[in-house]
Design a binder for this molecule. Sequence first.
Ligand code: SAH
Length: 343
Amino acid sequence: MLKDLRSLNYNEMSTEIINLGFPKFRVNQIFSWVHEKCVESFDEMTNLSKEMRSQLADHFYITRLNVNTKLISKLDDTVKYLFVLPDGEYVESVVMKYKYGYSICISTQVGCKMGCKFCASAIGGFVRQLSVGEMLSEIYTAQNDLKIKINHLVLMGTGEPLDNYDNVIKMIELISDEKGQNMSMRHISLSTCGIVPRIYDLAEKKYGLTLSISLHAPNNRIRSMSMPINKSYDIDELLKACRYYSEYTGRRISFEYAMIKDVNDSDDCALELADKLKGMLCHVNLIPVNNVRETSYVKSSVERQKKFIDILSSRGITATVRRTLGSDINASCGQLRASKRNK
Ligand code: SAH
């Protein structure tokens, strides 16, 4: 069976290529074609002979994504892709332009098992894991298509990254490999709904990345209503893991909190949240909940958001409202794929 070259890290590629009888210096060349120059075919590897290229093609393939839909925001140049995977499934990625460069938000699974009530990605359930090569291809394809260098990565698209732990870890190590894209760990954010044992595993890696926690509630009563994961790992276990993570790695945790009108946006919720996060190296990111067609949740008012922030700040917790990009193209993940599935 053919193997995906894009899913191999340097050591694996090295073993495979040397086993084929290639001299060692060829490994660096091939790794660079695959992960630095992001080519999609063996024919583009112009410093290899025709024979070598055909030998590679006998043993390997390179994962390719096709662009099914590409939407460009007229407001802020945000680009949203609906990619087709080799087996015909769809994934979404969003490229955002910031002052500091380009950032991409990628999916880590096809669908999601987590079932959060407010989330478009949960609709239709889980289909399958994304491979290392497929996740990298979201980045490489967007980069090639837009002819840009993407230097920030956000694992906040469809799927739960810590539920595809091994592939996500390998992908993170590959994208930050200095022989490949050489992306700084400091430029990577990973968002989780709170799979507690994997948070401890991730802490052990001591990566410089930013861990984001989708908290969305200050207590178990509210959190369990919209996030089923809270029944497996409750808020106290989760926050204990977060405290451990930030102390062990020295990295600030980012808490995502989608403000939902009359659900989690009261003054009491803010007070309870401030109390739970007291003393932790953290930041709260308020997100005005996106009105997903399939749910009845409504955004909190701007006044509510401001009051919430005031209460948190007065108790020493820094909080900001996340900027919305690409609002004219439904740029939040899951929405495009969900609309495809409904057709
Ligand atoms: N599974 C991961 C990453 C995917 S979700 C996680 O749960 O963190 C990415 C972020 O978008 C999460 O914080 C998620 O809770 C949030 N989100 C999902 N649906 C949303 C909506 N309708 N409005 C605002 N934020 C939403």
